[in-house]
Design a protein around this ligand. Structure first.
Ligand code: BV8
Ligand code: ZN
Length: 246
Protein backbone atom coordinates (compact mmCIF):
# COMPACT_ATOMS: atom_id res chain seq x y z
CA UNK A 1 0.00 0.00 0.00
CA UNK A 2 1.59 3.32 -0.96
CA UNK A 3 -0.09 5.96 1.13
CA UNK A 4 0.53 9.64 0.48
CA UNK A 5 1.71 11.42 3.62
CA UNK A 6 1.64 15.24 3.67
CA UNK A 7 5.25 16.55 3.61
CA UNK A 8 4.53 18.87 6.57
CA UNK A 9 3.36 15.86 8.61
CA UNK A 10 6.59 13.99 7.83
CA UNK A 11 8.74 17.02 8.62
CA UNK A 12 6.88 17.63 11.91
CA UNK A 13 7.23 13.99 13.06
CA UNK A 14 10.92 13.96 12.18
CA UNK A 15 11.60 16.81 14.62
CA UNK A 16 9.23 15.57 17.38
CA UNK A 17 10.92 14.93 20.71
CA UNK A 18 7.87 13.58 22.58
CA UNK A 19 5.26 11.27 21.04
CA UNK A 20 2.34 9.68 22.91
CA UNK A 21 0.22 6.92 21.39
CA UNK A 22 -3.20 5.62 22.51
CA UNK A 23 -4.24 2.23 21.14
CA UNK A 24 -7.47 0.24 21.22
CA UNK A 25 -8.65 -3.16 20.05
CA UNK A 26 -8.25 -2.17 16.38
CA UNK A 27 -4.45 -2.51 16.54
CA UNK A 28 -4.88 -6.17 17.55
CA UNK A 29 -7.52 -6.95 14.91
CA UNK A 30 -4.83 -7.95 12.38
CA UNK A 31 -3.48 -10.34 14.99
CA UNK A 32 -6.80 -12.16 14.82
CA UNK A 33 -8.22 -10.88 18.12
CA UNK A 34 -11.85 -9.76 17.66
CA UNK A 35 -12.52 -6.12 18.54
CA UNK A 36 -15.41 -5.13 20.78
CA UNK A 37 -17.74 -3.32 18.51
CA UNK A 38 -17.16 -4.76 15.06
CA UNK A 39 -20.56 -6.38 14.56
CA UNK A 40 -19.43 -9.35 12.48
CA UNK A 41 -16.65 -10.49 14.80
CA UNK A 42 -17.14 -8.25 17.82
CA UNK A 43 -17.04 -10.19 21.07
CA UNK A 44 -19.88 -8.02 22.23
CA UNK A 45 -21.97 -8.76 19.15
CA UNK A 46 -23.08 -11.83 21.03
CA UNK A 47 -22.84 -10.41 24.55
CA UNK A 48 -23.64 -6.96 25.90
CA UNK A 49 -20.65 -5.48 27.72
CA UNK A 50 -22.54 -4.78 30.91
CA UNK A 51 -23.64 -8.43 30.98
CA UNK A 52 -20.07 -9.60 31.30
CA UNK A 53 -17.47 -6.90 31.84
CA UNK A 54 -18.83 -5.51 35.11
CA UNK A 55 -18.65 -6.24 38.85
CA UNK A 56 -22.43 -6.78 38.83
CA UNK A 57 -22.09 -9.49 36.17
CA UNK A 58 -19.33 -11.17 38.19
CA UNK A 59 -21.42 -11.07 41.38
CA UNK A 60 -24.46 -12.41 39.56
CA UNK A 61 -22.68 -14.99 37.40
CA UNK A 62 -19.04 -15.50 38.39
CA UNK A 63 -18.68 -18.78 36.47
CA UNK A 64 -19.93 -17.32 33.18
CA UNK A 65 -17.72 -14.24 33.50
CA UNK A 66 -14.74 -16.44 34.40
CA UNK A 67 -15.41 -18.62 31.31
CA UNK A 68 -15.69 -15.60 28.99
CA UNK A 69 -12.27 -14.38 30.12
CA UNK A 70 -10.81 -17.90 29.95
CA UNK A 71 -12.07 -18.10 26.34
CA UNK A 72 -10.54 -14.71 25.50
CA UNK A 73 -7.29 -15.64 27.30
CA UNK A 74 -7.14 -18.59 24.90
CA UNK A 75 -7.57 -16.30 21.87
CA UNK A 76 -4.86 -13.97 23.15
CA UNK A 77 -2.44 -16.82 23.88
CA UNK A 78 -2.55 -17.86 20.19
CA UNK A 79 -2.17 -14.31 18.86
CA UNK A 80 1.08 -12.80 17.61
CA UNK A 81 1.91 -9.10 17.37
CA UNK A 82 1.29 -7.72 13.86
CA UNK A 83 3.29 -5.17 11.77
CA UNK A 84 1.40 -2.35 13.48
CA UNK A 85 2.69 -3.43 16.91
CA UNK A 86 6.24 -3.74 15.56
CA UNK A 87 6.08 -0.32 13.87
CA UNK A 88 5.29 1.23 17.27
CA UNK A 89 8.37 -0.50 18.72
CA UNK A 90 10.45 1.09 15.92
CA UNK A 91 8.87 4.50 16.53
CA UNK A 92 9.73 4.24 20.23
CA UNK A 93 13.39 3.65 19.35
CA UNK A 94 13.53 6.81 17.22
CA UNK A 95 11.82 9.20 19.62
CA UNK A 96 13.43 10.80 22.67
CA UNK A 97 10.33 10.48 24.89
CA UNK A 98 7.76 7.87 23.77
CA UNK A 99 4.72 6.72 25.75
CA UNK A 100 2.33 3.98 24.65
CA UNK A 101 -1.04 4.10 26.40
CA UNK A 102 -3.16 1.05 25.65
CA UNK A 103 -6.77 0.14 26.41
CA UNK A 104 -5.97 -3.39 25.28
CA UNK A 105 -5.50 -6.21 27.76
CA UNK A 106 -3.84 -8.64 25.31
CA UNK A 107 -0.18 -7.92 26.16
CA UNK A 108 0.71 -7.77 22.44
CA UNK A 109 2.54 -4.43 22.68
CA UNK A 110 4.87 -5.87 25.32
CA UNK A 111 5.22 -9.09 23.31
CA UNK A 112 6.31 -7.00 20.28
CA UNK A 113 8.97 -5.24 22.37
CA UNK A 114 7.37 -1.92 23.36
CA UNK A 115 9.03 -0.69 26.55
CA UNK A 116 7.07 2.22 27.97
CA UNK A 117 3.53 0.76 27.99
CA UNK A 118 0.72 2.05 30.23
CA UNK A 119 -2.11 -0.51 30.54
CA UNK A 120 -5.20 1.54 31.37
CA UNK A 121 -7.59 -1.42 31.54
CA UNK A 122 -5.37 -4.15 33.00
CA UNK A 123 -4.07 -7.36 31.47
CA UNK A 124 -6.10 -10.49 30.76
CA UNK A 125 -3.13 -12.76 31.50
CA UNK A 126 -3.16 -11.58 35.12
CA UNK A 127 -5.57 -13.02 37.70
CA UNK A 128 -6.16 -11.74 41.23
CA UNK A 129 -8.34 -12.55 44.22
CA UNK A 130 -11.54 -10.50 44.25
CA UNK A 131 -11.36 -10.43 48.07
CA UNK A 132 -7.74 -9.96 49.18
CA UNK A 133 -6.20 -8.84 45.88
CA UNK A 134 -3.45 -11.47 45.90
CA UNK A 135 -2.28 -12.27 42.38
CA UNK A 136 -2.48 -15.93 41.36
CA UNK A 137 0.23 -17.31 39.06
CA UNK A 138 -1.52 -20.63 38.64
CA UNK A 139 -5.07 -21.89 39.21
CA UNK A 140 -7.16 -24.96 38.52
CA UNK A 141 -10.51 -24.11 36.99
CA UNK A 142 -11.47 -27.67 36.12
CA UNK A 143 -13.19 -28.41 39.42
CA UNK A 144 -14.30 -24.93 40.51
CA UNK A 145 -15.22 -21.91 38.36
CA UNK A 146 -14.03 -19.34 39.26
CA UNK A 147 -11.12 -21.00 41.10
CA UNK A 148 -10.52 -19.91 44.68
CA UNK A 149 -7.69 -17.83 46.15
CA UNK A 150 -5.03 -19.95 47.87
CA UNK A 151 -4.58 -17.23 50.51
CA UNK A 152 -8.14 -16.53 51.61
CA UNK A 153 -10.46 -18.76 49.60
CA UNK A 154 -11.99 -15.78 47.81
CA UNK A 155 -13.05 -15.92 44.15
CA UNK A 156 -10.32 -15.31 41.54
CA UNK A 157 -11.06 -12.71 38.83
CA UNK A 158 -9.26 -11.32 35.78
CA UNK A 159 -7.00 -8.33 36.54
CA UNK A 160 -8.90 -6.06 34.17
CA UNK A 161 -10.92 -2.87 34.72
CA UNK A 162 -14.65 -3.55 34.39
CA UNK A 163 -17.33 -0.98 33.55
CA UNK A 164 -18.13 1.02 36.63
CA UNK A 165 -14.68 0.30 38.11
CA UNK A 166 -12.15 3.09 38.39
CA UNK A 167 -8.95 2.88 36.37
CA UNK A 168 -5.65 2.36 38.21
CA UNK A 169 -4.85 5.90 39.35
CA UNK A 170 -1.06 5.78 38.80
CA UNK A 171 -1.51 4.58 35.23
CA UNK A 172 -4.23 7.15 34.49
CA UNK A 173 -2.16 10.01 35.90
CA UNK A 174 0.90 8.90 33.90
CA UNK A 175 -1.28 8.69 30.77
CA UNK A 176 -2.68 12.20 31.28
CA UNK A 177 0.82 13.60 31.92
CA UNK A 178 2.18 11.97 28.74
CA UNK A 179 -0.81 13.36 26.82
CA UNK A 180 -0.42 16.90 28.15
CA UNK A 181 3.29 17.14 27.37
CA UNK A 182 3.65 15.50 23.96
CA UNK A 183 4.43 17.12 20.59
CA UNK A 184 2.36 14.54 18.67
CA UNK A 185 -0.47 12.24 19.82
CA UNK A 186 -1.63 9.18 17.86
CA UNK A 187 -5.06 7.60 18.45
CA UNK A 188 -4.99 4.18 16.81
CA UNK A 189 -7.64 1.45 16.48
CA UNK A 190 -10.13 2.79 18.98
CA UNK A 191 -13.78 3.74 18.51
CA UNK A 192 -13.28 6.41 21.15
CA UNK A 193 -16.40 5.69 23.20
CA UNK A 194 -14.99 4.35 26.47
CA UNK A 195 -14.13 6.97 29.09
CA UNK A 196 -11.84 8.22 30.44
CA UNK A 197 -9.46 6.95 27.69
CA UNK A 198 -11.60 8.51 24.95
CA UNK A 199 -10.94 11.99 26.36
CA UNK A 200 -7.14 11.75 26.04
CA UNK A 201 -6.92 12.77 22.35
CA UNK A 202 -9.00 15.88 23.14
CA UNK A 203 -6.64 16.76 25.98
CA UNK A 204 -3.79 16.53 23.45
CA UNK A 205 -5.70 18.80 21.05
CA UNK A 206 -6.23 21.37 23.82
CA UNK A 207 -2.49 21.31 24.54
CA UNK A 208 -1.81 22.02 20.84
CA UNK A 209 -0.16 18.67 20.14
CA UNK A 210 -0.46 17.43 16.58
CA UNK A 211 -3.18 14.72 16.68
CA UNK A 212 -3.18 11.85 14.19
CA UNK A 213 -5.89 9.20 14.06
CA UNK A 214 -5.56 5.81 12.38
CA UNK A 215 -8.90 3.99 12.50
CA UNK A 216 -10.97 2.01 9.99
CA UNK A 217 -14.21 3.82 10.78
CA UNK A 218 -14.98 7.44 11.70
CA UNK A 219 -15.01 8.24 15.44
CA UNK A 220 -15.87 11.32 17.53
CA UNK A 221 -12.20 12.34 17.07
CA UNK A 222 -11.99 12.06 13.28
CA UNK A 223 -13.19 15.58 12.37
CA UNK A 224 -11.15 17.20 15.16
CA UNK A 225 -7.86 15.41 14.42
CA UNK A 226 -5.15 17.14 12.38
CA UNK A 227 -4.74 13.99 10.27
CA UNK A 228 -7.01 10.91 9.98
CA UNK A 229 -6.19 7.72 8.07
CA UNK A 230 -9.10 5.33 7.53
CA UNK A 231 -6.90 2.34 6.81
CA UNK A 232 -5.61 -0.73 8.70
CA UNK A 233 -3.03 0.21 11.34
CA UNK A 234 -0.97 -2.85 10.36
CA UNK A 235 -0.44 -1.20 6.97
CA UNK A 236 -0.37 2.53 7.75
CA UNK A 237 2.00 2.41 10.73
CA UNK A 238 4.88 0.50 9.06
CA UNK A 239 4.61 2.75 6.00
CA UNK A 240 4.54 5.95 8.08
CA UNK A 241 7.42 4.89 10.37
CA UNK A 242 9.55 3.88 7.37
CA UNK A 243 8.83 7.15 5.57
CA UNK A 244 9.58 9.35 8.59
CA UNK A 245 12.43 7.50 10.30
CA UNK A 246 13.76 5.22 7.57
C1 BV8 B 1 -14.83 4.61 35.01
C2 BV8 B 1 -11.45 -4.28 30.02
C3 BV8 B 1 -15.21 5.89 36.96
C4 BV8 B 1 -12.45 -5.37 30.22
C5 BV8 B 1 -12.72 -2.34 29.23
C6 BV8 B 1 -22.63 4.23 33.49
C7 BV8 B 1 -22.27 3.43 34.57
C8 BV8 B 1 -20.93 3.18 34.87
C9 BV8 B 1 -19.93 3.74 34.08
C10 BV8 B 1 -20.31 4.53 33.01
C11 BV8 B 1 -21.64 4.77 32.70
N1 BV8 B 1 -21.67 5.57 31.59
C12 BV8 B 1 -20.42 5.83 31.19
C13 BV8 B 1 -19.59 5.23 32.05
C14 BV8 B 1 -18.16 5.26 32.00
C15 BV8 B 1 -17.75 3.95 31.30
C16 BV8 B 1 -17.88 4.13 29.81
O1 BV8 B 1 -17.10 4.83 29.22
N2 BV8 B 1 -18.90 3.49 29.21
C17 BV8 B 1 -19.07 3.67 27.77
C18 BV8 B 1 -19.40 2.33 27.12
C19 BV8 B 1 -20.15 4.73 27.55
N3 BV8 B 1 -16.36 3.79 31.68
C20 BV8 B 1 -16.07 3.08 32.77
O2 BV8 B 1 -16.87 2.49 33.47
C21 BV8 B 1 -14.60 3.10 33.16
N4 BV8 B 1 -14.48 3.40 34.55
O3 BV8 B 1 -15.24 5.49 34.30
O4 BV8 B 1 -14.69 4.73 36.39
C22 BV8 B 1 -16.68 5.58 37.17
C23 BV8 B 1 -17.02 4.69 38.15
C24 BV8 B 1 -18.39 4.44 38.39
C25 BV8 B 1 -19.39 5.09 37.62
C26 BV8 B 1 -19.00 5.97 36.59
C27 BV8 B 1 -17.65 6.21 36.37
C28 BV8 B 1 -13.98 1.72 32.90
C29 BV8 B 1 -13.85 1.51 31.41
C30 BV8 B 1 -13.01 0.28 31.16
C31 BV8 B 1 -13.91 -0.86 30.80
N5 BV8 B 1 -13.06 -2.03 30.43
N6 BV8 B 1 -11.95 -3.39 28.96
C32 BV8 B 1 -12.57 -6.23 29.01
O5 BV8 B 1 -11.81 -6.04 28.03
O6 BV8 B 1 -13.42 -7.14 29.05
S1 BV8 B 1 -13.26 -1.35 27.97
C33 BV8 B 1 -13.04 -2.11 26.44
O7 BV8 B 1 -13.39 -1.09 25.50
C34 BV8 B 1 -11.61 -2.49 26.09
O8 BV8 B 1 -10.63 -2.09 27.03
C35 BV8 B 1 -11.39 -1.71 24.80
O9 BV8 B 1 -10.09 -1.45 24.56
C36 BV8 B 1 -12.17 -0.50 25.13
C37 BV8 B 1 -12.44 0.46 24.04
O10 BV8 B 1 -12.86 -0.25 22.92
P1 BV8 B 1 -11.90 -0.11 21.64
O11 BV8 B 1 -10.52 -0.50 22.05
O12 BV8 B 1 -12.08 1.25 21.09
O13 BV8 B 1 -12.44 -1.23 20.69
P2 BV8 B 1 -13.68 -1.08 19.70
O14 BV8 B 1 -14.02 -2.44 19.21
O15 BV8 B 1 -14.74 -0.24 20.36
O16 BV8 B 1 -13.10 -0.21 18.50
C38 BV8 B 1 -12.10 -0.76 17.67
C39 BV8 B 1 -11.90 0.27 16.57
O17 BV8 B 1 -10.82 -0.16 15.76
C40 BV8 B 1 -13.12 0.38 15.67
O18 BV8 B 1 -13.45 1.76 15.53
C41 BV8 B 1 -12.67 -0.21 14.34
O19 BV8 B 1 -13.18 0.49 13.22
C42 BV8 B 1 -11.18 -0.02 14.41
N7 BV8 B 1 -10.42 -1.05 13.70
C43 BV8 B 1 -10.72 -2.37 13.54
N8 BV8 B 1 -9.72 -2.98 12.86
C44 BV8 B 1 -8.78 -2.04 12.62
C45 BV8 B 1 -9.21 -0.81 13.14
N9 BV8 B 1 -8.48 0.32 13.06
C46 BV8 B 1 -7.30 0.25 12.43
N10 BV8 B 1 -6.81 -0.90 11.89
C47 BV8 B 1 -7.52 -2.05 11.96
N11 BV8 B 1 -7.02 -3.17 11.41
ZN1 ZN C 1 -7.70 -13.91 48.53
Amino acid sequence: MSLEFAPELLRYLQQCRKITVLTGAGVSAESGIPTFRDAQTGLWARFRPQELASPQAFTRNPAIVWDWYAYRRGLVAQAQPNPGHFALVKMERHVEKFTLITQNIDNLHQAAGSQNVIELHGNIAKVRCAECGTFATEWDDTTQKPPRCSECGGLLRPHVVWFGETLPQAELQAAVRATETCDAFFSIGTSGVVEPAASLPFVALKKKALVIEINLEPTPLTTAADYAFAAPSGQVLPELVRTVWG
